[in-house]
Design a protein around this ligand. Structure first.
Ligand code: COA
Length: 315
């Protein structure tokens, strides 16, 4: 397939590091050097489904495509207010599409997994036009009393429209189950028969383990694809990586021996918006004219599971 349109939406509330230090034992002096984050956009009166629909409409506009021409909608989401119906089904109605839709939860790697699913459906001859929307509100998963975790995240929605083409050169998906390193548990409705103890646990993270996994998985996935395609890191024009931490991005960059200008970032102003991070960055680069037609792009993301993935495509 090929990507022919992108869109993104951020919540209006901006929360700076200094604002966090008003109610948490933290500081810009701690957060910025360790993460590269200065501020993040946090949901206040917005609904995530509205942001997802708006991002989808922007991507359709950019693609010059009508919603009724879509053959499939894939929504990547970890958490939103609806347990059911699926966010993709809400997006289908909100955009006026009539096609089947599916939600996936691959944590922060969701955009890469969605690309793979779209490409597989296309190669099977089942679809021509696919909308991917990644919509996330990780700020609702963390305890805002836990400085280890809440300072890292921001919310947002990013979308991409794909159509027939051979621009996707390769996708590598990986998983390495390690469920105690990054997880959240929610309590379900009780029944008269539940005898086990159940608890609500906000997002928990072993930061240094996640950091090590992220660098190894992301540089490994990209290198695997480059080798498979007979390419060198120099042949990639832009690396669009999951925006979790500037130090993670820089470590991956050093592994690949590539210059900083090939790695556009927005972690400084957005924080980590989970699977929305890659398509938001893609949209911003697209709209700012940072991507040139014919450029080779490498996308890569990693997250809870652990799950990771990378894609190499022509823009
Ligand atoms: N403000 C001030 N102090 C903080 C803090 C904060 N927001 N968060 C943690 N600390 C403290 C801890 O309590 C700990 O204190 P202690 O040593 O007295 O116990 C100390 O800082 C930890 O510091 P350090 O070990 O130097 O942190 P780090 O260099 O490992 O950085 C992360 C922590 C979280 C920034 C880093 O591990 C990371 O980015 N990991 C990856 C996280 C990620 O990307 N998750 C999402 C993946 S999709």
């Amino acid at each position: 397939m090929k990507i022919i349109g992108t869109g993104s939406v951020l919540p209006k509330q901006i929360v700076t590091n200094d604002m966090l230090s008003e109610f948490l034992d933290t500081s810009d002096a701690w957060i910025y050097p360790r993460t590269g984050i200065k501020h993040r956009h946090v949901i206040s009166d917005e609904k995530l489904e509205d942001m997802a629909i708006e991002a989808a409409k922007k991507a359709l506009d950019d693609a010059g495509m009508k919603a009724e021409d879509l053959d499939f909608i894939i929504c990547s989401n970890v958490v939103n207010e609806y347990i059911t119906p699926s966010l993709s089904c809400i997006i289908q109605g909100g955009t006026g599409a009539a096609c089947p839709c599916i939600d996936i939860n691959c944590a922060c790697a969701g955009f890469i997994y969605a690309l793979d699913f779209a490409e597989a459906q296309y190669r099977a001859g089942r679809v021509q036009n696919v909308l991917i929307v990644c919509a996330e509100e990780p700020t609702r998963m963390t305890s805002w009393k836990d400085r280890n975790v809440c300072v890292l995240f921001g919310d947002g929605a990013g979308a991409a429209v794909l159509t027939a083409g051979d621009n996707i050169k390769g996708i590598k998906l990986s998983a390495a189950s390690s469920t105690e390193k990054l997880y959240q548990i929610r309590k379900l409705e009780p029944t008269p028969y539940i005898t086990k103890e159940e608890v609500d646990i906000p997002l928990q993270m072993k930061g240094q383990d996640v950091f090590k996994f992220a660098v190894k998985a992301s540089s490994g996935d990209i290198q695997y694809l480059l080798d498979k395609l007979g390419m060198t890191p120099d042949q990639v024009d832009k690396y669009l990586l999951h925006q979790a931490n500037i130090r993670i991005i820089n470590s991956i960059r050093e592994h690949l021996g590539q210059p900083e200008e090939k790695f556009p970032t927005n972690v400084e102003t957005h924080g980590n918006s989970s699977s929305a991070s890659c398509p938001i960055l893609l949209d911003e680069c697209n709209r700012k004219g940072i991507l040139k037609r014919g450029d080779t792009l490498a996308l890569s993301a990693f997250g809870a599971g652990f799950i990771s993935g990378a894609a190499i495509m022509e823009w």
